[in-house]
Design a protein around this ligand. Sequence first.
Ligand code: 48N
Length: 279
Amino acid sequence: MSTLAQLPLDVTFAPIKEADVSREMTTRYMQDMLDFAEVDVVIVGAGPAGLSAAYEFTKHPEIKVALIEASVAPGGGAWVGGQLFTPMVVRKPAHLLLDDLNIQYDEKEHYVVLKHAGLFTATILAKVLASSNVKLFNATSVEDLIIRNEVVTGVVTNWALVTKAHGTQSCMDPQVMEAKVVISSCGHDGPFGATGVRRLAELGMIEKLQGMRALDMTAAEDAVVAKTQEIVPGMIVTGMEVAEAYGTARMGPTFGAMLLSGRKAAVLALQKIQKHKSV
Ligand code: 48N
């Protein structure tokens, strides 16, 4: 029998040793930790901006990327459109990234509407997970940065549940991951909002955060993409973390800037790595 259609409804699974299941998971995860202890790029945060950056890297299999997400479920704010309504609005020309992903949408003159935000998130996540060079470490948080001579050279990680429970035990020390470039896409919201730029401000490496301004869709999306950049040597900021860092307006329930900001962050990181290689 070789297809699901041929499979009877009642089946008998072959016997299995429980320890084998543990060994399969443990060996693969530990191998990933060994293989990704040093990477070309770490992306912190797998919301729409981080996922769009990760998707761009799937087109460059020679670049090793670790995508780190504190939640068990990646996606950030991109599982709903706004106020928990599920359709997603993406303003043109960001629809071209949806075309690249072969995602269907309703087309209007200046924007498109996906029937469910999850259609974007599940599709782009599937592409990232299927890639040979981007590894997702979910349920893992970036607790701090590695900084050498004023240059960001990696991240400090821990299990996200440990990060949230540091007050309960001492010495739950973290892990580390070295990188040529860190892309910070930590968003503006929730318990981990903007953690990358908040840490830079605490360390005095950037001015205090400007904080995102009130909502102005038309101005906000252009500004977030325009200000997606290397905020300090070694770290590129993207997505709504840009608004927190530079005080641009928020855009509310429209996602085009997240998609193109993430893509821009990846291209800037690639240029940085290629420049680094050519010297
Ligand atoms: O969705 P977010 O929060 O962030 P973005 O920038 O990818 O997209 C923003 C978008 O969802 C909006 O907020 C929309 C456009 N609304 C705008 C508005 O005006 O209201 O995703 C960030 C992800 C989350 O999944 C976090 O869990 C994760 O990053 N994260 C982290 N993961 C690991 N370590 C950390 N330190 C960390 N900080 C955040």
